[in-house]
Design a protein around this ligand. Structure first.
Ligand code: 3HC
Length: 286
């Protein structure tokens, strides 16, 4: 099957890697060769890690040979059977990509969005084939996180939802089918947890480091909430908060996050956020 992943960032490159591991020919598209090259290097690093931990059956190079970086979007989409969009949270950009997919991909292709905060129904509303648009929400890092939320928009057909569940399962993921409500399922919970952490810090009840330690030591989380926010990208978390609160989900703003984002401190990707990192994009536990 030809799978096209549009967007090669934190989520896109991991999704392309998963699609290739599960045997698909994968076209990964982004706006420049340089960005695509960086994505290919990250995929290679990740595949090597999986190989050395014994969780990759094939050789790294075999999987890599199924991933085709392509800067031309029409070419990447041409005759594709399954399109996964993983670009920034920009409604018009996502709609443009799916309009292109309607033109170039197979007329029966699934048009899946990895949006974490925009309604699937709104993204598909301007298309001729709205029934083919569905949410396929992965978690960071996609290769390691076991769950995919499949979001059924108002117009998504049952066949498209099933094909998306099947695709996620073929990637070794657990799936839940969720309604197209603000934050879907997981981010509604995550926002509440983040809100509780921010509440404690902003009222001077605890430092963010103390909140993180108690999340790990008392609640058994793999990462504290502020480290997770850095890991995911503070700009991403902030844009999720903005999108879901604009659509009626009530959540307190985290003013420390707002401040860090306005200073360009976006977490791991920029080298600093709540914590400091060795260099931009390089994660190390503080
Ligand atoms: N590919 C392959 N291997 C990877 C990898 C990747 N992308 N990322 C990390 N690894 C490897 C590491 O290199 C390390 O290997 P090593 O032992 O040989 O050095 C191994 O995995 C373990 O990693 P770490 O030592 O860095 O740390 P952890 O044991 O804590 O595992 C983690 C990392 C899986 C990310 C874990 O901390 C975790 O589960 N954190 C929570 C992540 C989470 O909740 N994600 C969801 C975010 S919300 C979201 O995405 C929604 C969106 O809409 C906002």
């Amino acid at each position: 099957m030809k799978v096209t992943v549009v967007g090669s960032g934190v989520m896109g490159h991991g999704i392309a890697e998963l699609a290739a591991i599960s045997g698909n020919e994968v076209w990964i598209n982004d706006v420049s060769q340089e960005i695509l090259q960086q994505a290919m290097e990250k995929i290679k690093w990740s595949l090597s890690k999986l190989k050395s931990s014994g969780s990759l059956r094939e050789d790294v190079e075999q999987v890599m040979s199924r991933i085709h970086p392509e800067v031309s979007q029409p070419e990447a989409l041409k005759d594709s059977n399954f399109v996964i969009e993983a670009v920034k949270e920009d409604l018009e950009l996502k709609r443009t990509i799916f309009r292109n997919a309607e033109t170039y991909a197979s007329p029966t292709a699934v048009l899946a969005t990895n949006t974490s905060s925009l309604p699937v129904t709104e993204i598909g509303a301007v298309l001729r084939s709205k029934e083919r648009v569905v949410g396929m929400h992965f978690f960071n890092p996609p290769v390691l996180m076991p769950l995919v939320e499949v979001v059924k928009g108002k117009d998504s057909s049952d066949e498209v939802v099933k094909a998306t569940v099947d695709m996620a399962k073929s990637m070794g993921k657990e799936t839940i089918v969720v309604k197209d409500v603000p934050g879907f399922f997981v981010n509604r919970i995550l926002l509440r947890i983040m809100e509780a952490g921010c509440y404690l810090v902003e009222r001077g009840k605890a430092s963010f480091q103390e909140v993180d330690s108690s999340a790990i030591e008392e609640l058994g989380f793999p990462m504290g909430v502020f480290l997770l926010a850095d890991y995911t990208g503070l700009d991403i978390g902030y844009s999720v908060w903005k999108a879901v609160t604009a659509r009626g989900f009530k959540a307190f703003p985290c003013t420390s996050t707002e401040k860090l984002v306005s200073q360009g401190m976006l977490g791991v990707k920029s080298g600093a956020g709540y914590y400091q990192y060795p260099s931009p994009g390089k994660f190390a536990r503080p």
